[in-house]
Write a protein that binds this ligand. Structure first.
Ligand code: MGD
Ligand code: MGD
Ligand code: MO
Length: 760
């Protein structure tokens, strides 16, 4: 008998993109911008002379169309370019205790911050403070620390190369390598796993490679929501008749079908293009098993083919010339049984063999991956297996082939390139010292988990955030909130109010900055910043809009101001670099030789590509070879007894990380709510529950996400999915990948129980 679906739940039948996307853009523009001249901003996005979209790190095609933006890019821009303002009147009207009761959506929806603020404990309000007073007070607190290592300098990946470079300079000149950053929660398994394997912690492909690929694998990422411009690329692959193989526990519409809003024909005929040619709903955390299964099938088929006198399927010449460790890989694969692979992946052997066949039939293969791969206790292991699989057929360093990590924030990759790292190389520090006449500390610093732990233990006393919403993005809000409240100093350099800014410490400041879309004049001259996308392309970004307030400063100016206040005796030319960002770029070039002719090269439209040696089959490993990295087993044991599920955490279509634009998740059929958990219908039945039942998710350590409504969804059996950041209550600070430090946000063991208060 058909049940009435719960409120706000109705399967979505359309393709990704299409008219729904255009409607959403129109709504976002109307709600945030009205009819203001700012709407013009959308047309400048991702244009050679305009600004880089703050939405994601997917690259722009060389011949930029006049329309190179997507629904979620438009949301990111309208959210920043909104007409709404948070003025001193706002803070006079609302105490921090009151604001704390607001939803995260409402906090940011209040609008752009307009002037620097200091927390006044007596009135429990943020009150206006002058820039100079704020910066010198912050410097005083920092100098009062027993040691610079008591300060944490966090970066969220929207910061430009110029801002990030100055930021690491200030912190290192001050005396610490404590650089927790959002990459630690995101693609650290890529930064850690790939250098040992192929000599570089970045992707090896360019956008053009997709034009030549014979097959594309999409593992653990959701481009319809998180990298929508990628759908245009996947559509072209599909229209060329090349297979797209998907591994994902959830059916994601953005990987199934796409109607390109840029194509008049598609829009007028209401047609769409199928994307995935094969869609495998792997168990959450089952990717190592699948990848090892594909390799096992491939090696077996190669041996069979050679024995039968046919052509080899492995690229033996590549393996011999370029790699080390092949025998170890073969030996490891021989120890793993198909029974175990099937049990751990939830996929039958024949499905995995079919993937292997698609893989070896294609001359050139690209493998793309995202958070479904990295955010596991075995995230680094996952990444290494992807590299192994590619190397078996020489699919790295040739046109149309390679590894393609989908980075998160629009400049998260660039921030790392210009020195945001807690484990800096000696050669870099030596050049930094020479360029600025400092002696940077050599002791390794804190990543995100270390930073939170040190704050919770009281050994760290200060947190400075260059963007982001650290307390909400990290695991275990209870620990994070308490840690912030126990600090001496919390400084947030942000554009909009968020929960981390409300976690007031002994001394708390909000320093509001310009966004990417806004004009940044220094000394009367319009400045450009630079960013690096997922494919190592570096280009300039210039905002075109009037700043949200005259009191805003650029990130560069704020950081340089802090440097001047903190290190008044240093010879570093803070003013000169702020007055002309070309001078910052000259210094970046001095410290990082790969940025040669930096200022000249960003003046060519489209910018330039940073050297990625692995793309040319040069391996920057100690022995100059690429390495098959082997570790035994098939990922951590999922520890699943009959009634334990593995919970993965998801982004809705209406959010940007901790920024919630709205309560809809169109492609997953959810409207007006986020308090849901996606469960396979058969699992629901086996649990004696039905769609609409209110349930609690309970971890073995007794963490609880209480009172969420079960939604029957095409998700792998044994898996459940809930929204991030709400589900972060389920993750412990100590639950992370020990190779990379990335929290295991996507493999949380839980029991699904009927909600404690619900009627039986
Ligand atoms: N609009 C928008 N754009 C964004 C963001 C945003 O929040 N909103 N965030 C930005 C950032 S910082 C990042 S890092 C990226 C994130 O982009 P994605 O990497 O796409 O991240 P998630 O949304 O976390 O989704 C990961 C996908 O992995 C799948 N998955 C979950 N567990 C597993 C698993 O065990 N195995 C496999 N194979 N798949 C699994 C999920 O079903 C989901 O489809 O997007 C960036 N772009
Ligand atoms: N459970 C779970 N947790 C996760 C994840 C997950 O998939 N599941 N994903 C993780 C990932 S991949 C990431 S990257 C982190 C995200 O962690 P963060 O990067 O820390 O968080 P965001 O939500 O992107 O930060 C939003 C805030 O940035 C500020 N901001 C916006 N634009 C600008 C700007 O131009 N300049 C400055 N200075 N500030 C700006 C705004 O004030 C806004 O409130 O979360 C992680 N947490
Ligand atoms: Mo991310």
């Amino acid at each position: 008998m058909a049940e009435t679906p719960p409120k706000g739940v109705a399967p979505y039948g359309g393709p990704a993109g299409g008219w729904g996307a255009l409607h959403a853009v129109a709504n976002a523009v109307r709600k945030e911008m009205g009819t203001s001249a700012n709407t013009r901003a959308l047309l400048e996005m991702n244009q050679p002379s305009g600004f880089d979209c703050p939405g994601c790190a997917w690259p722009d095609p060389k011949h930029t169309s006049s329309f190179e933006f997507c629904e979620n890019g438009a949301k990111a821009v309208t959210w920043e370019a909104t007409w709404k303002r948070v003025t001193p009147d706002f803070f006079a009207a609302h105490t921090v205790s009151e604001l704390w009761t607001w939803s995260d959506y409402r906090l940011e929806d209040a609008g752009r911050l307009t002037e620097p603020l200091r927390y006044d404990a007596a009135t429990d309000r943020f009150v206006p403070v002058g820039w100079d007073e704020a910066l010198s007070a912050i410097a005083t607190r920092l100098k009062a620390l027993d040691h610079p290592d008591q300060a944490e300098f966090y970066t969220s990946g929207r910061a430009s190369n110029e801002a990030a470079f100055l930021y690491q300079l200030v912190a290192r000149a001050f005396g610490t390598n404590n650089f927790p950053d959002c990459s630690n929660m995101c693609h650290e398994p890529t930064s850690v796993g790939l250098p040992q394997s192929i000599g570089v912690g970045k992707g090896t492909v360019t956008l053009e490679d997709f034009d030549h690929a014979d097959a594309v694998f999409c593992i653990g990422h959701n481009p319809g929501t998180n990298h929508p411009r990628m759908l245009t690329t996947l559509r072209e692959v599909s229209l060329r008749g090349r297979p797209i193989v998907v591994l994902n526990p959830l059916r994601e519409r953005g990987l199934e079908r796409f109607a390109a809003p840029q194509s008049p024909e598609t829009m007028l005929t209401l047609s769409s293009t199928p994307l995935a040619s094969a869609y495998h709903q792997v168990k959450v955390g089952g990717d190592v098993a699948v990848l090892k299964g594909i390799m096992k099938a491939l090696i077996q088929a190669d041996a069979d083919a050679v024995a039968a006198g046919g052509a080899a399927l492995l690229d033996h010449a590549f393996i011999a010339e370029h790699t080390i460790g092949f025998e170890g890989l073969v030996a490891d694969l021989a120890t793993i049984s198909w029974d175990d692979i099937e049990a751990r992946s939830g996929l039958p052997q024949h499905a995995i063999e079919e993937m292997a066949r698609t893989y070896w039939t294609a001359e050139r293969v690209i493998i793309c991956y995202g958070m479904g791969i990295t955010q596991h206790r075995h995230g680094t292991e996952n990444v290494r297996q992807i590299a192994n699989l590619l190397m078996l057929r020489g699919n790295i360093g040739k046109p149309g082939a390679g590894i393609c990590p989908l980075r998160g924030h629009s400049n998260v990759q660039g921030d790392r390139t210009v020195g945001i790292t807690e484990i800096p190389a000696e050669a870099f520090l030596a050049r930094l010292d020479k360029a600025f006449g400092i002696s940077a500390p050599r002791k390794h610093g804190h990543n995100a988990v270390h930073a939170l732990t040190a704050m919770a233990e009281g050994t760290a006393r200060t947190f400075i955030g260059l963007g982001g919403n650290f307390a909400l993005a990290m695991p275990d809000p209870e620990v994070a909130f308490k840690a912030f409240r126990g600090l001496d100093l919390n400084v947030q350099i942000i554009t909009k109010l968020n929960r981390t800014a409300l976690l007031t410490a002994q001394h708390s400041y909000i320093l509001p900055c310009l966004g990417r879309t806004e004009r940044d004049f220094q000394n009367g001259v319009l400045q450009a910043v630079t960013v690096e996308d997922s494919m190592s392309m570096v280009h300039a970004s210039r905002g075109g809009l009037k700043p949200a307030s005259e009191d805003l400063r650029s990130e560069v100016a704020i950081i340089a101001g802090l440097g001047r206040a903190l290190l008044p005796d240093s010879a570093i030319d803070w003013e000169g670099m702020t007055a002309d960002y070309d001078r910052i770029r000259d210094k970046i070039e001095e410290v990082f030789p790969d940025f040669y002719d930096f200022n000249a090269r960003i003046r060519t439209p489209g910018g330039f590509r940073l050297r990625v040696d692995a793309s040319d089959r040069k391996w920057d490993t100690p022995d100059g070879k690429a390495h098959f990295l082997v570790s035994s087993g098939i990922g951590e044991d999922d520890g699943r007894d009959d009634d334990t599920f593995i919970c993965t955490t998801l982004r809705s279509h209406d959010q940007y990380n901790t920024t919630i634009y709205g309560l809809n998740d169109r492609y997953r059929g959810i409207t007006g709510r986020r308090d849901v958990v996606f469960v396979n219908a058969e699992d629901l039945a086996a649990l004696g529950l039905k769609e609409g039942s209110k349930v609690d998710l309970v971890t073995p350590t007794n963490r609880v996400l209480a009172g969420v409504t079960a939604v029957a969804y095409p998700i792998a059996r044994g898996a459940v999915g809930a929204y991030y950041p709400e589900a972060n209550v389920l993750v412990g600070v100590d639950e992370y990948d020990h190779l990379s430090g990335t929290p295991a946000y996507k493999s949380i063991p839980v029991k699904v129980r009927r909600h404690a208060d619900a009627a039986a």
